[in-house]
Design a protein around this ligand. Structure first.
Ligand code: PMP
Ligand code: GLN
Length: 386
């Protein structure tokens, strides 16, 4: 008799991610995909040539568990230039399979059953399942998708003796908000007082607008000493499909991080690590990214200005949120589906980034697309009947 495997789900509330769902719907209806966040354009040929070079030079076996040393050194130099914080390549930098792995491992390293973790929502979709798989409980600080500032009294009110960690993300997906120095200072004081570990998701560090500056957790010593800083090259070099990221953390924290990383993936694709190490030598490869995306943000906002949405221009990331409460009563999932099917433009309903059902009537559009694509999408949105 065949054994019937009865699996008691560890993630009973989780289905397929909204990104997969909306991308599939977009494909079925041949809609312009402004839903899942990925660039429509390719990475630079120079970067591709470097990968090809290392592939043909035989850099095709396992990389060291913590990552190719040349890449760790290049990251250390880059981060030191930006933040004045020195991460030791040998002991404090680990190359991961995208920021997703870095976040998962960091959360796993710190969360024990019964622990609480503060999560600001809307939140990127991988945080909560990672907390729950480790037996932890997310405690939410709920923000409006077009919020302007964080009420730190609310954050303080969520801390309990069980709170072990807090997850932050700036520039933020999906809201496009960027934290100010005062936010990071408030966080530092709170984390110090309650001895919290900070997990800082900084994957959009180089996509930031209107002269704002990215303030990394690494640049504040009181934070850096208790932070797992998770980064990614996917957004910075238009290479989301390569899934290369990293985690920066003090030595003792990195020791625990690596214990888990080594059994999750052991190491990460070798030739691309060599290529990225070379490519990082020239800062112009990433310092122009904000201007590049700011032009796209402005083009998109200007092109949709007559549709009737309400919006605050994105401060960073490649996402623009729009609220449509003046246009229709539909909830955001209904509208995202209708716009994909009827108008031919796919977006993400922002309620997908909340734990409980919300109806802020907000959609997220990704503007990491060619100008013609953004203009065409705006034209199609302009024809919608409300
Ligand atoms: N964090 C945020 C906020 C993201 O938007 C993403 C993905 N786009 C990730 C983490 C995951 O990054 P990666 O693709 O490098 O795993
Ligand atoms: N980070 C991307 C987004 O927010 C999607 C990543 C994914 O598909 N898992 O759209």
């Amino acid at each position: 008799m065949l054994a019937k495997a009865a699996i008691r789900s560890k993630l009973p509330r989780v289905g397929t991610t909204i990104f997969t769902k909306m991308s599939k719907l977009a494909e079925e209806h041949k809609a312009i995909n402004l839903a899942q966040g990925f660039p429509e354009f390719d990475c630079e040929p120079a970067l591709q040539r470097l990968v090809t070079k290392y592939l043909s030079q035989g850099k095709n076996q396992y990389a060291p568990m913590a990552g190719v040393m040349k890449l760790r050194e290049a990251i250390s130099k880059k981060v030191f230039t930006a933040t004045n914080k020195e991460y030791h390549p040998e002991t404090e930098i680990t190359i991961t399979s995208g920021a997703t792995e870095a976040l998962y491992v960091a959360i796993t390293a710190v969360v024990h059953p019964g622990d609480e973790v503060i999560v600001f929502e809307p939140a990127y979709d991988s945080y909560v399942p990672a907390i729950e798989l480790n037996g932890g409980t997310p405690v939410f600080v709920t923000l409006h998708p077009q919020y302007e500032s964080i009420d730190w009294d609310v954050v303080r009110s969520k801390i309990s003796p069980k709170t072990k960690a807090i997850i932050i993300n700036t520039p933020h997906n999906p809201t496009g908000n960027v934290w100010k120095l005062t936010d990071l200072q408030q966080l530092a004081a709170l984390a110090e007082k309650h001895d919290l570990t900070v997990i800082s998701d900084e994957v959009y560090e180089h996509i930031i607008f209107d002269g704002r500056e990215h303030i990394s957790a690494a640049s504040i010593p009181a934070l850096a000493k208790r932070t797992f800083l998770c980064g990614s090259f996917g957004k910075t070099f238009h290479t989301t499909g390569w899934k290369i990221g990293y985690c920066l953390a003090p030595k003792e924290m990195s020791v625990e991080f690596r214990k888990i990383h080594q059994f999750l993936v052991f190491s990460v694709v070798t030739p691309i690590q060599f290529a990225l190490a070379d490519y990082l030598e020239d800062p112009t490869h990433y310092l122009g990214l904000s201007a590049f995306y700011q032009q796209k943000r402005d083009l998109f906002i200007n092109a949709i200005k007559d549709v009737g949405f309400t919006l605050r221009p994105s401060e960073g990331s490649f996402f623009q949120n729009v609220t449509y409460e003046n246009l229709t009563d539909e909830n955001d999932r209904q509208l995202a589906e209708r716009l994909t099917i009827e108008a031919g433009v796919a977006s993400i309903p922002v309620s997908a980034f909340y734990d409980q059902v919300t109806n802020y009537q907000t959609l997220r559009f990704c503007f990491a697309k060619n100008d013609e694509t953004l203009l065409r999408a705006a034209e199609l949105l302009g024809k919608v009947t409300w």
